[in-house]
Design a protein around this ligand. Structure first.
Ligand SMILES: NC(=O)C1=CN([C@@H]2O[C@H](COP(=O)(O)OP(=O)(O)OC[C@H]3O[C@@H](n4cnc5c(N)ncnc54)[C@H](OP(=O)(O)O)[C@@H]3O)[C@@H](O)[C@H]2O)C=CC1
Ligand SMILES: Nc1nc(=O)c2c([nH]1)NC[C@@H]1CN(c3ccc(C(=O)N[C@@H](CCC(=O)O)C(=O)O)cc3)C=[N+]21
Ligand SMILES: [Mg+2]
Length: 287
């Protein structure tokens, strides 16, 4: 068994981005909007700010109260859409109950949608013309590349069908010629499906759900989950110690997918800046 070191790979890719940004006349700028005081979200936005700083990306985090109305948030998004100094706009999810997430994602200019969550960018991904790719699945694909994991003809199983992880993950792997099975809470016979997989990507948010008997000898196991176990310790969806004995490659939590997510978000911000300063428009230009 070998551990896929997301932290080290993220550091390497961030250094490459730093060099790329050094050569840019206009420095990329990212606006992160956090509504409410979700403690996990605070950690994530702090990690994003740190990575931006290391790379030379300007970033600002707007901390809005839990009581913020949908109209207030939509107004702010309009403001940053129109403001040329910002190339990326990210609204941290989840949002408080009074705010409709779909409306918010639709309001962000697709050219500035560094999360790749706007329906336009989602649609482009599914039709094979990606511009902005959701950062978590993009980070997993970078791991496959860095560790020479070919997806060609492989049986891949994705656990979780969310718009931000499971669905784009399945699409990206299919695009690399894997045969993908997308599982969710209504899937019957989930364990047996996993047992046939060459590659398992778990993104369900259930601590230690994927056990050793789910996993074929030699499979690759990617753990996207970010959970707290009974002792309050950060852990993934995979029972790491027992699964590690069967997997050929496995990601840890922390230090696996999380740092890659942050890094791909930074990469998209750099790309958004390059495209916007070159005058590309997502809605009109087929590039
Ligand atoms: N490391 C990183 O960078 C990131 C980590 N995460 C983490 O990944 C996990 C998933 O996130 P996200 O996609 O946003 O979560 P969602 O809650 O939006 O989606 C969870 C998905 O998992 C499915 N699911 C839940 N329980 C089970 C189960 N017991 N068996 C099978 N399927 C199940 C759900 O099924 P159904 O659709 O039927 O309800 C749903 O499709 C979370 O732990 C989150 O914190 C998320 C983003 C980035
Ligand atoms: N609009 C939006 N975009 C997102 O990309 C988004 C989001 N909302 N909401 C929440 C999820 C989750 N997410 C993570 C970011 C960083 C780590 C991360 O840095 N993880 C580290 C350490 C985390 C820790 O110490 O708690 C690690 O796994 O090693 C994890 C998860 C982005 N998300
Ligand atoms: Mg909501």
């Amino acid at each position: 068994m070998k551990i896929i070191d997301g932290k080290a790979l993220a550091a390497k890719l961030q250094e490459e981005l730093r060099v790329r940004v050094e050569g840019m006349a206009v420095k990329p700028a990212l606006m992160v909007i956090l509504v409410g005081d979700n403690s996990a979200s605070q950690v994530y936005v702090r990690n994003k700010a740190r990575a931006a700083e290391r790379i030379g990306i300007k970033s600002e985090t707007l901390f809005l109260p839990e009581s913020t109305s949908e109209a207030e948030l939509l107004n702010l998004i309009d403001k940053y859409n129109a403001d040329e100094q910002w190339h990326g706009i990210l609204v941290q999810l989840p949002l408080p109950a009074q705010i409709d997430e779909d409306k918010v994602l639709l309001a962000i200019d697709p050219n500035k949608d560094v999360d790749g969550f706007h329906p336009m960018n989602m649609g482009r991904l599914w039709t094979g013309q990606p511009v902005m790719v959701p950062s978590t699945p993009a980070g997993v694909m970078e791991m496959f590349k860095a560790y020479d994991i070919s997806l060609e003809g492989k049986q891949a199983v994705v656990l979780g069908r969310s718009n931000i992880v499971g669905k784009p993950m399945a699409q990206l792997m299919m695009d690399q010629n894997a045969t993908v099975t997308l599982c969710h809470s209504r899937t019957q016979g989930l364990k047996a499906i996993c047992q046939k997989a060459d590659i398992i990507v778990s993104a369900i948010g259930q601590a230690e759900f994927v056990k050793a008997d789910f996993v074929k000898e030699g499979a690759v196991v990617i753990d996207v989950g970010m959970n707290r176990n009974a002792e309050g310790k950060l852990c993934g969806d995979v029972a790491f110690d027992e699964v590690a004995e069967k997997a050929s490659l496995i990601t840890p939590v922390p230090g696996g997918v999380g740092p890659m997510t942050i890094t791909m978000l930074m990469k998209q911000t750099v790309t958004a800046c390059e495209r916007l300063t070159a005058g590309f428009d997502n809605e009109r230009v087929d590039k």
